[in-house]
Ligand binder design. Structure first.
Ligand SMILES: Nc1ncnc2c1ncn2[C@@H]1O[C@H](COP(=O)(O)OP(=O)(O)O)[C@@H](O)[C@H]1O
Ligand SMILES: Nc1ncnc2c1ncn2[C@H]1C[C@H](O)[C@@H](COP(=O)(O)OP(=O)(O)O)O1
Ligand SMILES: [Mg+2]
Length: 206
């Protein structure tokens, strides 16, 4: 490795984001992640990146890759790790200069996603665990499905997403609990009451 390469590495775009404040927002489908993230953006000015929104934007672009992703999401399955991680990383880099912190909503969906994120980007300071009962989540998603236009907000896919959440995503919480960064949020309350808990968790960060 000569001078050229070491110099090159010092201007890697990743360098801009590795020291940012990173908050993972994890919870089942319909638990209220997106709703709370919007409120955090309003109050704290953080950058909200939802893996689901990034994927849906790719689908909406009509690209070949989008068609492939749509088929996976419609079945309630997880898209390939590299696809979603690259999208998040690119979105973070694009905001690196102006962001006060990042809310990573809907990621990690499995422990491996968390490990890869830390290898390629950095470590989270906090994991907000948005917790609601399965009956509550199903009820909210069925209701959201009346207007969301989302291909995965139907009863059959909701059931699959819930099963996958308990199987693949819940272990993520235990994984980070051992590091002491998990804050469990009771999402059975009103949006504002849930947000009070979220605010308290974020305020403790400073
Ligand atoms: N605390 C709450 N009480 C009642 N309904 C809620 C609450 N939080 C979210 N919702 C509703 O539940 C649905 C799912 O919320 P959303 O934020 O999209 O969840 P997620 O991003 O976790 O799937 C939305 O229709 C939202 O308006
Ligand atoms: N981190 C991730 N890894 C793999 N697939 C993901 C993903 N985040 C989202 N997806 C795919 C599969 C999900 O069923 C779908 C919708 O995700 P979402 O918008 O985060 O749902 P919700 O907000 O209802 O929990 O997109
Ligand atoms: Mg969401």
């Amino acid at each position: 490795m000569g001078v050229c390469c070491s110099r090159k590495s010092s201007v890697h775009p990743e360098d801009k984001i590795k020291d940012s404040k990173i908050i993972f927002v994890v919870g089942g489908p319909g638990s209220g992640k997106g709703t709370q993230c919007e409120k955090v953006v309003e109050k704290y000015g953080f950058t909200h990146l939802s893996s689901g929104d990034l994927l849906r934007a790719e689908v909406a672009s009509g690209s070949e890759r989008g068609k492939h992703l749509q088929a996976i999401m419609q079945k309630g399955e997880l898209v390939p790790l590299d696809t979603v991680l690259d999208m998040i990383k690119d979105a973070m880099i694009a905001k690196a200069d102006v962001s006060k912190g990042f809310l990573i909503d809907g990621y990690p969906r499995e422990v491996k996603q968390g490990e890869e994120f830390e290898k390629k980007i950095g470590a989270p300071a906090l994991l907000l665990y948005i917790d609601a009962k399965p009956e509550t989540m199903v009820q909210r998603l069925v209701k959201r499905g009346e207007t969301s236009g989302r291909a995965d907000d139907n009863e059959e896919t909701i059931k699959k997403r819930l099963d996958l959440y308990y199987k693949a995503t819940e272990p993520v919480i235990a994984y980070y609990e051992s590091r002491g960064i998990v804050r469990k949020i009771n999402s059975e309350l009103t949006v504002d009451e849930v947000f009070k808990q979220v605010s308290q968790a974020i305020d403790k960060l400073k």
